[in-house]
Design a protein around this ligand. Sequence first.
Ligand code: WTA
Length: 654
Amino acid sequence: MSSQATADKTYAPSEEFVSNAHIDAAKYQEMYAASVNDPEAFWAEQMTRLSWTKTPTKIKNTTFAHPDVSIKWFEDGELNVSANCIDRHLETRGDQVAIIWESDDPNLDKKITYNELHQQVSKLANVMKGMGVKKGDRVVLYLPMIPEAAYSMLACARIGAIHSIVFAGFSPEALAARVEGCGASLVITADEAPRGGRNTPLKTNVDAALAHGDLGSTPVLVVERTGGDVPMVDGRDHSYAALMADASADCAPEVMNSEDPLFILYTSGSTGQPKGVEHCSGGYLLWAAMTQEYVFDYHEGDIYWCTADVGWVTGHSYIVYGPLANGATTVMFEGVPTYPDAGRFWAVCEKHKVNQFYTAPTAIRALMARGNEFVENYDLSDLKVLGTVGEPINPEAWNWYNDVIGKGKCPIVDTWWQTETGGHLLTPLPGATATKPGSATTPFFGVQPVILEPTTGEEIHETEAEGVLCMKDSWPGQMRTVYGDHERFVATYFADYKGYYFTGDGCRRDADGYYWITGRVDDVINVSGHRMGTAEVESALVAHAKVSEAAVVGFPHDIKGQGIYCYVTLMDGEEYTDELKVELRNWVRQEIGPIASPDHIQWAPGLPKTRSGKIMRRILRKIAEDDFGALGDTSTLADPSVVDDLIDNRMTKG
Ligand code: WTA
């Protein structure tokens, strides 16, 4: 999405901004050099931003060497993440607001102080203990964006249980796979999740999920969000309100090793089913806290808002863990950007006097399309820094964000990172970096990006380079393993390019050393900033009785970034009808969730395959993009005429 023309235009922060910023350009250079020249010394100093019950003496012990990949930071240190996010702030800021909750309903909000947070989390930790949850157990959270989601995460951390959050938009089938995958001993959910004025039946979804396999007796804790009447299974399901009412607010935080897992989060890859990305306690928290402070230039007293959902990694690191570790005030939003109208984000910014605002390009594009009148009525003068995450931002959206929302005075931080990285890796620092629309600019401290030639795997040393993006060395926030499957971890990230962490992204580095992400180079697509494996959608499609084969690719979509394009072959004798397209779309929604809804289904009585039977996705991508002239060599196909049929079909039936 980058273009050379805009590459030359840079936006430097104002002198006033720079003079108040934590990090200016000179300081960035100095700290960056220190971080890569002597990581041990650098991180030994940085780790003091956390409170350790046992100060680490071993700082870094990491190797990317295939196949013995092993990543340990601060490995003999001890701490508790919830104590770092809550208890240590009580003396100085117990009455400060920790969480501002803005509900789906614009007339309902709530402020939770650090003292209240401490009380709620301690009670819930005791409730969970009372339900038999112990250190190391897994707890699945399937919740709306309500304060109880943060309480649940922190209560797990307090007792050393490992949370695995499942986005509330996932279907019962997807939820069941995740509950089973991590062997959860408790599910925390809510009766219903209000979003955009409509309620999603979370508890009913949980019931459907637990009807799978042997999950039937998994205990469920149900938060009363709407008070809607939901069926409760006697002995298995418990009322959150009832148990909290009787719980003690005294719960000493469990002592955890720095390397003990904090959470698992399932994410999509290029092959197979989603994998459980496992993050640890110390290194992850340090990374989340440090990036939250420096990347958003967060200062004492600021109001900070990340619009993500806690079901995604952005919500973990930048709604809950990073800000709370820093004693910040973090806004948590239950609703959607367009309800009650397309001015909602700006109404909330005005109402809560938001200083740092962090969202996804897909939301910016969608709101931009609705027109400036939804922005103009609001006072956005408290905004200081604007952030984006999740996908490349096109210069047009960047400029709108800069001009219409930031009024040209708020640096934009385009943060590139992944579920696997725990927090930002490539990003501007607002007081230090002159930005270029569409570029995630330069590495954060300790991050050593390299660009490799995709086929040879050779590192390209010239400043100007294009290839695949890898990392040369570890950083504290890096994932440690795939839950229960270290071999898969090694095979996914360290086998294609030996000695490096492979991100799966393509990337260009310009003459100034700025990085421009060009998108995934694997079969992962990015739909509205949500990561989706094409293989997952394919396996949902072929699970339908009438489908014999399916191939799914991404295609450029004005608002979503990428849309989902499915080529479907039916079983012999089945009829290719429009009704069946509708049925298949609903089927995928039911199998995975609404975020996986196909944008386009094209009937494909034949798929382009090599003689060895491999589907040539490159060709399918080009057809989906209407780029028929660039199909490349089709002579290796078993039956080249299939391609003509697909093009014909695409042109005549759309
Ligand atoms: C993409 C989200 C361009 C990228 C935090 C990456 C981006 C994937 C950016 C990870 C950005 C994320 N510019 N592309 N600023 N941020 N991506 O795991 O392809 O949901 O590999 O983490 O999103 O998605 P994930």
